[in-house]
Design a protein around this ligand. Structure first.
Ligand code: GDP
Ligand code: MG
Length: 436
């Protein structure tokens, strides 16, 4: 028996999945992970259906599965509508900041002002229309001072008066942007909604941002829906994303509420505001739960396919050095898959044997790789070309003795020859012996 024999023997035993079953299993894992990440079950259901369909269309495998998932998540997150900050055609651009108490409105107002001033070089005015608590005005005053942005505030006025004054000042003094910070409540209440609707009608804002606390998960999604229905929000800013270990809330807002996400708050400081980038959230979601592990689990599907293809080539006598090299790589994967293999009924023994095998550091594997990389593409395709002068050149290039080169070529030829006669038992043992 040879290396190839043993490999085929080993691979031949892996009959634990057909493609469909592997995919179903992967989808089940995905579903679990998404639900764990706070994604709404309806979103999960739709997502699973699409990923299944797309993976099948592209050909079941690890890569197509991961790509279908990534694409679908990005598609959901890139809900119709604007991204980032959009300026009105005629200044000033008026932005109404809304959200529940403690969601991060005041902080985010400061962050936006800071970004517009520093990055876009805009003249920004902030209106302190949260007059529920006196401390709120003081908080905003400190922020405005810190970032060097002008503020309209008056503890003795009504929110409406403050807004009117700010708008007038912006017109008169040619500000580019007016940001209106408003009061929140601990939960949705009618009084709050009425106050916001009144300010909205008064200010005629170009944008109404809803600041959602990412840490509140599904609650943030529900509240966003209410703000959309009652106030007509045009964008969502996810605050405290640095503290939120999940990303499901972003999916919920984009998919269920259907309002575009604009920015992400990534810390308490003024520069901690980032444009919303779907790919970033996606990798966060994909890194959650057990999804990482899926890569390994679905890899089994691909390995089996490759093995089948190589076997076909062997049978047709077209097996070449490139195939040989590919098999070596597959063997390495097999080694790294040992924990998975161990889970398959009846395969425990094989996993144990694989456990002792160090393919990555095998001298034999290194020789073979060195040798093949010293061959010309034609030589790799057609092993019969290897005459003595070519062998000498290859030996020199690979830093091997000619004897070593001959040995590998002999192995390779045996592999190709004996492939057809492969039979059951003892394969793994011989593979191990060979690798020593
Ligand atoms: P408001 O009641 O909606 O105005 O909320 P605030 O702006 O006062 O923020 C409430 C708390 O959340 C404050 O302690 C902020 O420092 C904190 N906060 C706001 N945004 C972020 C963020 O993106 N990351 C972190 N870690 N904390 C934030
Ligand atoms: Mg506030």
């Amino acid at each position: 028996d040879t290396l190839t024999d043993s490999f085929k023997n080993a691979i031949g035993k892996i009959r634990f999945h057909d493609d469909e079953k592997a995919l179903k299993k992967a989808l089940a894992e995905l579903k679990k992970a998404l639900l764990k990440s706070d994604v709404h079950h309806k979103v999960v259901k739709e997502l699973i259906v699409t990923v299944e369909k797309e993976t099948k269309a592209a050909g079941i495998g690890k890569e197509s599965f991961m790509k279908a998932l990534q694409d679908e998540l990005v598609r959901i997150l890139t809900a119709k509508g604007n991204q980032g900050f959009v300026f009105a055609s005629r200044p000033p651009t008026v932005v109404l900041m809304t959200g529940l108490q403690g969601s991060g409105k005041t902080t985010t107002t400061g962050k936006l002002a800071y970004m517009l001033k520093e990055q876009k070089k805009k003249k920004v005015l902030i209106a302190a229309a949260d007059l529920q608590r006196l401390a709120a005005v003081e908080q905003l005053r400190q922020i405005a001072e810190q970032i060097g942005v002008d503020l309209v505030a008056d503890e003795n006025a009504t929110p409406d008066e403050v807004v009117k004054r700010a708008l007038k000042k912006a017109e008169d003094e040619l500000y580019d942007v007016v940001l209106i910070d408003t009061a929140g409540r601990l939960a949705i209440d009618e009084e709050l909604m009425e106050e916001l609707a009144r300010i909205r009608d008064l200010a005629q804002p170009d944008e109404i941002f809803y600041v959602a606390d990412a840490m509140t998960g599904m609650d943030a999604v529900r509240t966003a829906q209410t703000f959309k229905d009652k106030i007509g929000i045009t964008g969502v800013i996810l605050s405290k994303f640095d503290a939120d270990s999940k990303g499901g809330v972003a999916l919920g807002i984009a998919h269920q509420v259907g309002v575009p996400l604009r920015f992400i708050g990534s810390g308490e400081k003024m520069p901690d505001l980032e444009p919303f980038i779907p790919e970033r959230i996606t990798s966060r979601l994909m890194g959650a739960g057990d999804i990482e592990g899926l890569a390994e689990k679905t890899a089994a599907v691909i390995d089996e396919k490759t093995a089948k293809r190589v076997t076909q080539k062997i049978k047709k006598g077209k097996f070449n050095f490139n195939d040989f090299l590919e098999q070596m790589e597959q063997m390495k994967k097999l080694g790294s898959m040992k924990s998975l293999i161990g889970m398959i009924p009846g395969m425990g023994n094989m996993a144990k044997q694989l456990g002792d095998l160090d393919l990555e550091n095998s001298k034999e594997v290194k020789h073979i790789k060195a040798m093949i990389s010293s061959m010309t593409p034609k030589e790799r395709e057609n092993p019969d070309l290897l005459n003595n002068s070519r062998k000498r050149r290859i030996a020199q290039g690979a830093g091997l003795s000619q004897m070593e080169v001959n040995r590998v070529i002999k192995q390779f030829k045996n592999a190709a020859k004996m492939a057809k006669k492969l039979s059951g038992k003892g394969g793994m043992k011989q593979m191990q012996d060979l690798m020593k």
